[in-house]
Design a protein. Structure first.
Length: 130
């Protein structure tokens, strides 16, 4: 009996609490691409605008939303699990979380410098061949 080969997912979609995220490990430009959509509109990030960090609980993906509005910076971070697909499995559903953070860039002293909104996400991983 021949063993089925598996490949890592490279396309992820997420949704939860009025936000949608599409994250591709590579795009037609040969760089990662992330699109974030909420009630205010849609923003796309490419290449170095997307920061990733491998951790034991998955890959932490982060972007800065809307640049820096003095004295506040907003960011989005979410966890992407490692997903292997193969054989008859073309997609895999999973749950994860996003963290929408508001960071005071020049807080009064003493003060809490970050506030977090934790958003549960439903995700789907797949493989897109480019």
């Amino acid at each position: 009996m021949q063993q089925q080969s598996s490949s890592s997912a490279n396309h992820f979609t997420f949704s939860g609490q009025n936000i949608k995220i599409t994250y591709d490990l590579t795009s037609l430009l040969g760089k990662p691409q992330l699109t974030y959509q909420n009630a205010e509109g849609s923003t796309t990030f490419v290449g170095d605008e997307i920061r990733t960090q491998s951790t034991e609980i998955g890959t932490l993906v982060s972007v800065t939303l809307g640049g820096i509005t003095f004295p506040v910076r907003k960011s989005l971070s979410f966890l992407v699990p490692n997903v292997l697909l193969g054989g008859l499995t073309q997609t895999e559903a999973f749950r994860t979380v996003a963290i929408l953070a508001t960071v005071l860039t020049e807080p009064p002293t003493p003060s809490v410098q970050q506030e977090y909104n934790i958003v549960p996400l439903e995700g789907v991983a797949s493989i897109v061949v480019s």
